[in-house]
Design a protein around this ligand. Structure first.
Ligand SMILES: [Ca+2]
Ligand SMILES: [Ca+2]
Ligand SMILES: [Ca+2]
Length: 729
């Protein structure tokens, strides 16, 4: 009799496990990129086939479910529906056995709204600023926590700043659902936003509707600066040490920021972790900010100096492990393993300075990588090294960088491949903030994909995003305001106190956490199983809080997938190599003198000025520079790019843009050309050979500062103009 009862009970149990999990078909409720992998997971179903139905009711795809597989974290047996072959943009639902999935879309810019909302969540958590309705809509609010009079706590007292010294420490983001500000957690959060901009600058050209939109600076950098400016105030200028946190003695009540208690706020004890995370973040910021010297004069140099001072303090205080003083009960972010913090800071300072002392420390701590989190940060440094691998100073072997990144990604991809839900996480990954674990796994998979275009890495990263948007055991979309069934009740003081039904949008829930540390204060969790240890209730700080370090990888991963997923209309994949060769044939000279160089150079400067392009222009004949000009705001780095791009033209006889495309179209990595030391060569567009008709190249006309295609276009358009207009002197 028992056996007969079971099938009838199962759906009821699933329903009791939480409203959203009644959904038998679980998928990314937002949608997919046309060329992205598209998977759904089906639980509790006897179906073996499925179809995809469009908005008009027409079946556009039919497929079979994969073999049943058990997923240990949820105890479910599930089957995967793969409809990746559906690439036509549109709005669809999956149908099987009379059941329907939520509606999802296939669209070229499917993740733009998600990315914008996830970034804007940081704006919503800014301290010391009123959120105007124009930007904040229903979630407008007065300013809270000006933090212009902060006391030095006894734990942080020094001879030059005794207990009770008043300092100003305004701005910054509230860390999470509470109103305190913590350097350690700010470090990884701010770094992750800066890395997103550094890796995908073109993606972040769109405004997101914050007060700094339209100011000529990417909004993601404006947002990061809100916190960086605060972080700078957390350094003691007398010794370079960094206070661990700025905090109340105890948490504020469930009130809006402006209504929070007026009891004093403190900076509390300096710590090694805070100093090193600060150093790493400031060193990163100093290079990402370099092109914006005009907006923040002197800031890159100030940040680098601050990073170095913090590093020196940490070397003098290598074991200052933070513990909450007796009278402070707010978030601790305590961490006794500091090798990874030394490693991260050393990596960023090595990239910023080329100084071998940092390479030595980095190699001392070299070990296989772990997925990053606030207390485990080594992978962040290696991620930066990977981005800069072609230009590293001597001291770090780029092949080691690739091994470290690929080693972690290969492990994650292996888990992903054999997982019932096709996700890279294991039971052990269901910790406090598990949703950020899977996104940080996605971020690391994407680093490996950037090095080596193994499609598994891209698809496993796609699965990370799919998981938080609905392909998970709870069936919720874990991002407020996104998807058909988003969670609604974050443990987030503004969302709880603002009287608005909808939570502040764009926030990632911490997600399932079998620790259930708040079980005594909350309604019962539906299950003890790791992937089902979740309640959508605002009492739950253990499973349903939001935090800046959890949102940051959501920003990164949604941007990276948008950029890295192959696009059918991607201009770089359709650029005709033949056309580029014809262009080289056409743009040759009858003769080439210093006057020719000057005339062309001046035309290029005019174009750069008209477009307000911060480029460096250089025309060389043999080893001799015959025209040189740097636009205001151009980076000194351009000279090295020009040197390397010119070397490539010297080697190949073709434009650097031609080589770039030839390598990519052959499936190669343009940052890794066999037999060439990439410290001396760069296969990025912008260097064009000077050929006097019928001869071999005698020099180069080169632009640096824009994406390669645009650097190339500036040269070629000027030459077409000059040669076509009969300008040949
Ligand atoms: Ca802006
Ligand atoms: Ca650590
Ligand atoms: Ca609310």
């Amino acid at each position: 009799m028992k056996r007969l009862l079971l099938p009838a009970l199962l759906p009821a149990l699933a329903f009791a496990a939480g409203g959203a999990s009644a959904q038998a078909v679980k998928l990314n409720q937002l949608g997919f990129l046309p060329q992205g992998q598209k998977l759904a997971v089906v639980a509790q179903s006897s179906a073996s086939a499925f179809e995809v139905v469009d908005a008009g009711g027409k079946t556009v795809f039919q497929g079979s479910l994969g073999a049943p597989g058990r997923w240990e974290p949820s105890g479910e047996t599930v089957r995967v529906a793969d409809f990746s072959a559906l690439t036509q943009p549109g709005s669809y639902r999956l149908k099987l056995d009379g059941q329907w999935s939520d509606t999802f879309s296939v669209a070229a810019d499917a993740y733009r709204p998600l990315n914008g909302a996830a970034l804007k969540a940081f704006y919503f958590n800014r301290s010391a600023i009123a959120l105007a309705p124009h930007y904040a809509d229903a979630w407008a609010r007065p300013a809270g926590h000006p933090d212009n009079q902060i006391l030095v706590h006894s734990s942080a007292a020094s001879a030059t700043r005794p207990e009770g010294t008043v300092i100003a420490s305004p701005r910054g983001w509230y860390d999470a659902g509470d109103y305190n500000k913590y350097v350690v957690n700010s470090g990884i959060s701010t770094y992750t936003l800066l890395a997103a901009l550094e890796h995908f600058p073109d993606y972040f050209k769109q405004d997101t509707g914050i007060p700094e939109s339209g100011n000529g600076v990417p909004d993601i950098l404006d947002e990061a600066m809100w916190n960086l400016e605060w972080m700078l105030t957390m350094q003691d200028p007398h010794d370079g040490g960094v206070y661990h946190k700025l905090t109340n003695l105890r948490f504020d009540g469930t009130v809006m920021p402006h209504a929070a208690s007026t009891t004093p706020r403190y900076v509390v004890a300096k710590s090694t972790a805070a100093a090193l995370d600060f150093a790493a973040t400031m060193a990163t910021a100093s290079r990402v900010l370099a092109p914006y010297e005009r907006q923040w004069p002197g800031m890159p140099a100030r940040m680098l100096a601050a990073a170095q001072a913090a590093w020196r303090w940490a070397e003098d205080h290598p074991r200052a492990v933070f513990k909450n003083p007796q009278d402070v009960v707010t978030g601790e972010y305590g961490d006794a393993s500091l090798a990874d913090e030394f490693s991260w800071a050393a990596a960023e300072l090595f990239i910023a300075t080329g100084d071998r002392q940092y390479a030595r420390v980095l190699l001392e701590h070299d070990a296989p990588l772990a997925t990053p989190s606030w207390g485990t940060v080594a992978a962040l440094g290696w991620m930066s090294l990977a981005h800069h691998r072609a230009r590293l100073a001597p001291g770090i072997d780029p092949a080691l960088v690739e091994r470290r990144i690929d080693g972690l990604a290969a492990q994650l991809a292996a888990v992903w491949r054999s997982s019932g839900y096709r996700v890279p996480m294991t039971v052990q990954d269901f910790v406090w903030g598990s949703n950020a674990v899977i996104l940080n796994q996605g971020m690391m998979l994407l680093q490996a994909y950037r090095l080596k275009a193994n499609p598994d890495y891209l698809q496993a990263a796609q699965s990370s995003l799919d998981y938080v948007l609905g392909r998970n055991a709870t069936g919720y979309s874990f991002v407020t305001g996104v998807g058909a069934r988003p969670f609604m009740h974050p443990h987030h003081r503004p969302s709880m106190a603002d009287g608005v039904a909808a939570p502040v949008p764009g926030w990632l829930s911490g997600g399932p956490n079998p620790g259930q540390q708040d079980a005594d204060k909350c309604p019962p969790y539906p299950s003890k199983l790791p992937a089902l240890s979740y309640i959508d209730h605002d009492c739950s700080y253990a499973a349903n809080e939001v935090a800046i370090n959890w949102n940051a990888p959501l920003v990164y991963v949604s941007a990276a997938l948008s950029v890295l997923t192959p696009q059918p209309m991607n201009p770089t994949s359709t650029i005709s190599l033949d056309a580029l060769l014809r262009e080289e044939q056409q743009l040759q000279f009858e003769r080439f003198t210093d006057d020719t160089a000057r005339a062309i150079g001046e035309r290029m400067v005019e174009r750069a000025r008209a477009g307000n392009l911060k480029v460096t222009i250089r025309i060389s004949r043999g080893d001799q520079v015959v025209f040189a000009h740097a636009m205001p705001g151009a980076s000194p780095d351009h000279l090295d790019w020009i040197r390397r791009k010119n070397n490539l033209v010297g080697r190949t006889g073709h434009s650097s843009f031609y080589t770039h495309n030839a390598v990519r179209q052959a499936g190669g990595d343009h940052d890794r050309l066999p037999g060439l030391d990439m410290r001396d060569y760069a296969a990025h567009g912008g260097a064009f050979p000077i050929v006097v008709r019928g001869g071999a190249p005698i020099g180069t006309i080169t632009v640096s500062g824009l994406p390669g295609e645009q650097d190339h276009a500036l040269v070629v358009d000027t030459l077409k103009d000059y040669l076509g207009a009969g300008g040949q002197p």
